[in-house]
Write a protein that binds this ligand. Sequence first.
Ligand SMILES: Nc1nc(=O)c2c([nH]1)NC[C@@H]1CN(c3ccc(C(=O)N[C@@H](CCC(=O)O)C(=O)O)cc3)C=[N+]21
Length: 291
Amino acid sequence: MSADIIDGKAFAAGLRGRVGEAAGAFAKAAGRPAGLAVVLVGEDPASAVYVRSKGKATVAAGMASFEHRLPADTDQATLEALVDQLNADPAVDGILVQLPLPRHLDADAVLLRIDPDKDVDGFHPVNAGRLASGLPGFVPCTPLGCLMLLRDRLGDLSGKEAVVIGRSNIVGKPMAALLTADSATVTLAHSRTRDLPSHVGRADIVVAAVGRPNFVRGEWLKPGATVIDVGINRVEGGLVGDVDFASAVEVAGAITPVPGGVGPMTIAVLLRNTLVAAHRRAGVPLDDATL
Ligand SMILES: Nc1nc(=O)c2c([nH]1)NC[C@@H]1CN(c3ccc(C(=O)N[C@@H](CCC(=O)O)C(=O)O)cc3)C=[N+]21
């Protein structure tokens, strides 16, 4: 038996199309396009590629893209002054500071400086608190994209056993909060978890976000489980996820591939969050359930 492949690339294309339509309506209603500012410090080639594709997707969806590239030796005050300027700019609805920042910079202080209502990455502690409290805010793009794929595949998630592997602020913790809000029974596993395979073996839903190539083995899975692989690991021979795809595909009921699974969803949700930010800031109502 072989698992269904969850086509994140196709789902993301559909979401970008819906966001694009709504972005056109927003521009008409507000008299200006929604705008996303992206800040890249330094020359990391992978980050530069990612920022460029984000800029293209933003413009393709009918939104304004503002790119700010700063040299690798930019100091904290200069970066925070740019964030202040973007916070104050009425044409900017969303601000994304590409992570990781060079080591001499304090990323937490930069994220704290972003206006939470422009924080389309959902990384500001105010938005983390809103998510944990069930209040409206911004949810990090990658876990929200994973949730969309899970709902599309499984419908109602209530009562499902979910195991999230990895407890980062960017993926694992918000993923656990989202699954909890959807009434799944959630185990948040991490590097200190004892007997991880026994936890994974009970799960209807497995979300792997550990950053270790091919870490989750097919033999650990409950037959028929839905497996969401957040990992993007560059190895000789290309990109692989955190799940050993070859063994997992034989046991899972459905699985996301790498590439073409979660990654494309991240950018599509970023555009969605930017559009939501624009509506909230402009006071234009949006039925975001249709996105
Ligand atoms: N403030 C901030 N927000 C982010 O959301 C953020 C960030 N910093 N820093 C870097 C990571 C990484 N990230 C990806 C998004 C899309 C793909 C993606 O589309 N991947 C494709 C192609 C991968 C490839 O071919 O290289 C795929 O998986 O199919 C990958 C990685 C967002 N990040």
